[in-house]
Design a protein around this ligand. Structure first.
Ligand code: GLU
Length: 503
């Protein structure tokens, strides 16, 4: 195989959707698997759609995922510049080559004329297509005498350059994922290659750059499949070898109905962007929601590909090892927000208690709680299995840090008996006599006491939990009291008895 060079070529028109990150990831995995080069090229020829901050967002997203760019705007490389607006001077000569060859032509129609043609066709129930039949009726370098169109050019009349689509020709080409495809040129239109603002369109710039940057494989989203016949024809017109193509399946909404769109995240309550996007409409990001990048990348890799085994857990290095572009699926992949959480749960369990405690300590500091790391290690060890995210640890453990402000009324109704206050005060006295508050010790002493008194264990324990936690939730009660300590335990019993007694 020739030297593998692939590119991720996003347009900086807003935050990068997770579908875009998946495209970058598959390009990266393919490049690294084949000891090739991964290039980041910014395609910003559509100046009208340029969004401030999007370029930085793309770079930061890739970095967060651990996708390392070999050649790009900040990395450099001998095929640069890597931003199309910085390559502006390159494209015109290629458009001219096609005009000279007769494969493209200069077209003088104004946007108003085109709008009128479209609306006239619509009135007749037709769709206007700029094709061989239309071009002969319109103002261009094919329909006008040479002197006339050259004069229009000389007098500064605005124009675009269009590709002259061949008539009734079957174009054959191959896609690594979709196999052999045949398209008849009569279904295609004369696409604009060069615009009146002096910029190339996506089609021209993309082909010229892929050629000049010696791209070996184009791996991109399925939405670009309809452009593939034109791209093949452009390679043919230039007399260049085309790269190999692989069009990735769509990412579908969780119910499988339609493409996962940028708006779905906010509507359905899960992120569709890797990072928080602070401009314009606010949009949640996986990073800020508390996902680990390795969980995000693992989840994304399996949306549209799998190695054909039962294994679902892969580090980035393992993905590079097992990835194969031929195994990418043809049909769309349904995005499953629950599965995304499942992956995070998995990677959270793989963290050591020390790592998790450090992460949770930052979270606590922001809330004004300061605890030493050894205590926090114990706490995360108790709770880890129940949580998907570090922020969940707080939801599960808030009562470790502060005694209850109020007590669950339903639990009081069900569990608070006339004898409860006396029993709890007895329990308090029993606990007062224990010096070693480790869970095994307190548990055995308390159980012995309950039995010796002939009390109902369940009733005592439920009331005990109520005064300590304020509700019926939480891990093993003896783990809780061991962590909060003797003094705090006794205070909470006393406070609970006096407050609930008055309710
Ligand atoms: N600029 C295009 C995009 O935004 C690139 C498509 C391609 O990879 O050819 O997705």
């Amino acid at each position: 195989m020739q030297q593998v060079r692939v590119r991720f070529a996003p347009s900086p028109t807003g935050p990068l959707h997770i579908g875009g990150v998946r495209t970058a990831l598959y390009n990266y995995l393919f490049a690294k698997k084949n000891k090739g080069t991964f290039i980041l090229r910014i395609e910003d020829t559509d100046q009208g759609r340029f969004v401030e901050g999007a370029e930085e967002y793309i770079m930061e997203s890739l970095k967060w995922c651990g996708i390392v760019v070999d050649e790009g705007i900040t990395e450099g490389g001998k095929y640069g510049p890597y931003r199309q607006s910085d390559r502006k001077e390159i494209y015109r000569q290629y458009a001219d080559i096609l005009v000279e060859k007769g494969d493209a032509y200069i077209s003088f129609d104004t946007p108003e004329q085109l709008a009128k043609l479209r609306s006239d066709s619509e009135k007749e129930g037709d769709t206007f297509i700029y094709n061989a039949a239309a071009r002969v009726r319109l103002k261009n370098s094919l329909s006008l005498p040479e002197a006339e169109w050259k004069n229009l050019l000389a007098t500064g009349c605005p124009y675009v350059i269009r590709y002259k689509m061949p008539v009734n020709e079957d174009i054959h080409f191959d896609d690594i994922i979709r196999g052999h495809i045949v398209v008849n040129t009569n279904t295609l239109d004369d696409k604009v290659l060069f615009k009146s603002d002096g910029m190339p369109t996506y089609h021209l710039a993309n082909i010229v750059d892929d050629h000049l940057m010696e791209i070996s494989h184009v791996i991109r989203g399925e939405e670009w499949l309809p452009s593939l016949p034109l791209h093949f024809l452009l390679y043919r017109s230039f007399g260049w070898n085309a790269p190999l193509f692989a069009h990735l399946p769509l990412l579908l909404k969780p119910d499988g109905k339609g493409k996962l769109s940028k708006r779905d995240g906010d509507k359905m309550g899960f992120p569709v962007f890797p990072l928080f996007w602070p401009y314009g409409e606010t949009a949640k990001g996986y990073r800020e929601e508390g996902y680990y990048p390795e969980a995000f990348v693992n989840m994304l890799a399996l949306l549209g590909w799998n190695p054909g085994t039962e294994n679902e857990i892969f580090s980035l290095a393992e993905l590079i090892d097992v990835f194969s572009i031929e195994k990418v699926h043809k049909s769309g992949s349904r995005f499953d927000p629950e599965k995304a959480k499942w992956f995070n749960h998995h990677y959270l369990q793989c963290r050591t208690n020390n790592q998790l405690a450090l992460e949770f300590r930052d979270f606590l500091r922001a809330k004004g709680y300061h605890h030493d790391i050894v205590n926090l290690e114990k706490l995360v060890g108790i709770i880890k299995e129940r949580v998907n995210f570090v922020k969940d640890i707080w939801k599960e453990t808030d009562f470790f840090f502060r005694g209850p402000d109020n007590y669950d009324v339903e639990v009081i109704k069900k569990r608070w008996q006339s004898e409860t206050p006396v029993q709890l005060l007895e329990l308090k006295a029993v606990l007062e006599n224990i010096d070693d508050f480790s869970p095994a010790i307190t548990e055995s002493v308390v159980k012995e006491w309950v039995e010796s008194k002939g009390y109902n264990t369940g009733a005592v324990m439920n009331a005990f939990r109520l005064v300590i936690v304020g509700a019926s939730r939480g891990p093993h009660i003896f783990d809780i009291i061991s962590w909060i300590g003797k003094k705090e335990t006794l205070n909470r019993i006393e406070r609970g008895v006096s407050v609930i007694g008055k309710q």
